[in-house]
Design a protein around this ligand. Structure first.
Ligand code: ADP
Ligand code: MG
Length: 332
């Protein structure tokens, strides 16, 4: 009797484990990289077949391209360009996605004493132009432009789905918020395709969907800002969003000084103090701009806000000091 029960037990174990092995073996990991939003977009999915994986990635990439067409500062027919061209004149009807992104950007501006401000467009364009020529803007040029920057002059009409910039010389730039939003939207498309396990990386803005097929979390290494081949920390992610802003990818050095692409609206110049900031949180449309804001705000005030929101963060300051919230393990 006992012997029979044992045999049944063993057979059950064998059946269950072969089912598990079979289902794991059936899964395919498919990975693709494309250039969209002026950067590398890499999508990794775990699917039943390569064909399904390819189809899901294709649709997710299309979604990011669609949002880029809508939100690019550099595309003649984007909704952002139309809003900028009508500044000071009249409101422009826009897609609900634009309203959502702008509302989130304004929420982050309010939360961060205005250091994240999408009306920084004129300053960002000025810095981009000058640094492309190997130069930097003059104090006079900066002072002339600064009064044009103020997120309070963005009028969002959700009911009519319109955007209006109050001053005639305003320019909005969604470069600090569109990538996070796009990564989340792309993950939503993957879900619609039945994908339960994926990573969507739009440069340093990464959405983890579910966990890895074996149930363990996705693992993302955060690069050390001054040692390209060294990992500062490896973070476990499961159904969450991670964003990193650093001064080490887009910058110029002039007279021994580094000028990077994140501008402090209080000075009109690249921010100082922090050289890398990473935040883990729930939504790309908040975490992406908040990471840029943390970069500008500095450790103390920035971490205070991160803690209040219940997010996790790690920052490196210009002296190489590493600070992090309680939930992050940094082995130095
Ligand atoms: P990256 O684009 O390298 O991922 P971020 O997500 O931090 O970096 O966004 C930086 C981009 O945001 C800049 O390229 C610029 O378009 C825009 N930006 C720069 N400074 C600010 C700021 N203070 N507030 C809002 N947007 C900014
Ligand atoms: Mg960002």
């Amino acid at each position: 009797m006992i012997r029979n029960r044992r045999i049944v037990q063993y057979s059950l174990i064998i059946v269950v484990s072969s089912l598990l092995i079979f289902s794991c073996a059936r899964k395919r990991t498919v990975k693709k990289t494309e250039t969209i939003m002026g950067t590398n977009v890499t999508i990794t999915v775990v699917a039943d077949t390569s064909k399904e994986g390819d189809a899901a990635i294709g649709a997710a990439m299309d979604e990011i391209r669609r949002l880029d067409e809508m939100m690019s500062l550099y595309k003649e027919n984007s909704e952002v360009t139309r809003v900028n061209m009508a500044s000071g004149k009249h409101p422009i009807a826009v897609s609900p996605e634009m309203i959502e992104v702008v509302e989130n950007a304004v929420a982050v501006a309010k939360l961060t004493d205005g250091v994240f401000d999408i009306t920084m467009g004129p300053l960002i364009v000025l810095w981009r132009m000058r640094t492309a020529e190997g130069d930097i803007p003059t104090e006079k040029e900066i002072a002339r432009i600064l009064p044009r920057v103020n997120y309070r002059n963005i009028i969002v009409n959700k009911k009519k789905s319109t955007l209006f910039l109050r001053r005639p010389d305003m320019i909005i730039d969604l470069g600090g918020v569109a990538k996070g939003y796009a990564a989340d939207r792309a993950a939503g498309i993957l879900k619609q395709h039945g994908i339960m396990s994926a990573l969507v990386a739009v440069a340093g803005d990464i959405r983890a969907l579910g966990a890895r097929p074996d149930g363990s979390p996705w693992r993302i290494g955060v690069q050390h800002p001054r040692k390209p081949k060294t990992t500062l920390t490896v973070l476990d992610l499961r159904d969450t969003f991670i964003s990193t802003s650093g001064d080490y990818e887009r910058f110029v050095i002039k007279a021994g000084k580094r000028y990077h692409h994140i501008i402090d609206p209080r000075t009109g110049k690249p921010s100082t103090g922090i050289i890398s900031a990473t935040i883990i949180g729930d939504r790309g449309a908040i975490v992406d701009p908040l990471t840029t804001a943390l970069f500008v705000l500095g450790r103390e005030r920035g971490m205070e806000i991160v803690n209040k929101l219940g997010y996790e963060a790690v920052v490196v300051d210009e002296d190489g000091g590493v600070s992090h919230t309680a939930g992050i393990d940094v082995s130095e």
